[in-house]
Design a protein around this ligand. Sequence first.
Ligand SMILES: Nc1ncnc2c1ncn2[C@@H]1O[C@H](COP(=O)(O)OP(=O)(O)OP(=O)(O)O)[C@@H](O)[C@H]1O
Length: 627
Amino acid sequence: MSPQNRVPDRDGNPRAECARAGSLSITRESLRLLYRLADRPTCWRLAAAVAAIAASSILAALAPLALKELIDAVAVTGRADLGDGPPFALLAGALYLAALGGSRVLAEIRPALTGGAEQQLAGSIRQAGFAHLLRLPMAFHHDQPSGSLLQALQHAGAGTRMLLMALTGSVLPVVVEIACIAVILARLDQPALAVCILLSGAAHAVLYARLAAGLGTRSRDVVQGSARSHAIVADHLQHLEMVKCQNAEPDACQRLAESTDAERAHWARLHRQRSRIGIASTGIFCAAWACSMTLAGLAVRDGTLSVGGFVLANLYVMQLVRPIESLGAGVRDLVQGSEWLRPVLGMLNQPTEGPALTGPAGASSGASASTGTAAASAASRSSPPSLSARSLCLRHGDRPVLDAVAFDVAAGATLAIVGPSGSGKSSLLRAILRLKEVERGDLLLDGHPIADLPPASIRQQVGFVAQEAALLNASIAANIAFGNPPSSDAAILAAANTAGLADLLRSLPDGCSTFVGERGMKLSGGERQRVAIARAILRRPSLLILDEATSMLDAATESHVMRNLREACRGCTTVMAAHRLSVVAHADEILVLDRGRVAERGTHLALLAAGGMYARTWAMQAESAPA
Ligand SMILES: Nc1ncnc2c1ncn2[C@@H]1O[C@H](COP(=O)(O)OP(=O)(O)OP(=O)(O)O)[C@@H](O)[C@H]1O
């Protein structure tokens, strides 16, 4: 299957094989995944739980045998002989109680053993899912609401618990118990009775196999519905300011209400399907019980079965109710738990961008990070790469974005990309970072096709400042240090000062320790951009990529920050996109993009002299600039 086919749909379910696989194969895949993730203590705990379950089930199955002996002894002597010595009836009674009690005690030990295993596996699956999500290409994330991904990770934990509960609490004990009962019933030497019970078992198997498929579909609908609702909540919370300014709170609530209604309908269908299985199971049991008792009664009348044997047959048939009900519940939970895990399995089946780097983030980009000023850090960075493009074509889905773009940037030189909005500037920068794959042509880093280089090894040498500064809900210092080699407070402060944050930090009571809020909402747009620039400076990149990095700064601050940035990253190869042409005037070459094609190229002065698109834009901006 080609990678494109593995891109997920908008409902949170990958369009990979996983989304089409039947419930049974999803259950198999879920169990394989849990097996891979189980650590040694969990394996031991589960092995002990299985042993306890098997012993409990065997004791439960044997208990009626002791009762039969007790009843037969009483029936033969007419009374339970409590006279001389330990009588047989007393022994049989004691064994009956011991078997019942032992079975219960062992059954109670199971949750204590499986509880720890459930916690470990649920935690590990979330960890594995999150780690994998981070390594999936941006194309996956562009098509996937983050709320539904979050919900998929949560469902994975719940699904894991449900699967383990179903296996260790229902399916496994019941299978052992039914096997024991089958052996005992066979030894009663009542073939008609045995056939009757076997037929009932077969009918149940057919019932579960047929209804489990329907249950899988209903469970999948519930999971998708819930993912949709989560995506709606996350989407509106992330854009709360816009929702408020649009007075759109009722619209947002309405969207969630519609999704919740659909979800409720899916749940109702799931519950109906579960009830259908339960009712059909009870019907089969009643028919089997009526047949068995009729046959056992006839055998007692004909003298081929003792009274104890009749009671035993009755007990076992009755005792089959609970296991068969448990088995039904177990199968239902197994199917449902697997469906809860399906989205994460789908995610884990998606091919990642390439191997992640091991060791601390940015570790190789310079070990002397902890002390330096910007100048010292510039000296310690690895040598800058050259960058070139030949006939580069790129598309987003069916839309061509770049067409036959070519350029050469020597090591340490600066290439600027300008052009109207939507002309493909950001897409080109993302192609260099391998956040977007090239469709045709070559993009070469130091002569190596970027498509052949692991994304992590490219990004390790890059300092990237995006159009919208991405800040985590942490302190300013933590945001500057994020993903960079371990740095001292002095180095972080130096980077912040270089990025023009000195005045801001002085004005904040907590300085660099000030929390910036979710997505940096407690800072202004320009402050967020400067924190992102400080992060890039601290990285001591050999390749600097700036996408409208200073678009939110006033002209004076922009010129000050850009001067500092050039000084701090002196010697870096730089590729920058900007609308404000004054920012790119110093570049060694300026590429003017128009609808994905290179319309003009040259230095600032050459482009002005050419009197084309660049010169017209320059004149327009000069006119509107404040004196
Ligand atoms: N993930 C995406 N999926 C589909 N189309 C996209 C995606 N990202 C960008 N595009 C489209 O690609 C085209 C180029 O976008 P790009 O962001 O590269 O332009 P730009 O020159 O950087 O624009 P701006 O100056 O406004 O930032 C646009 O028409 C845009 O709609």
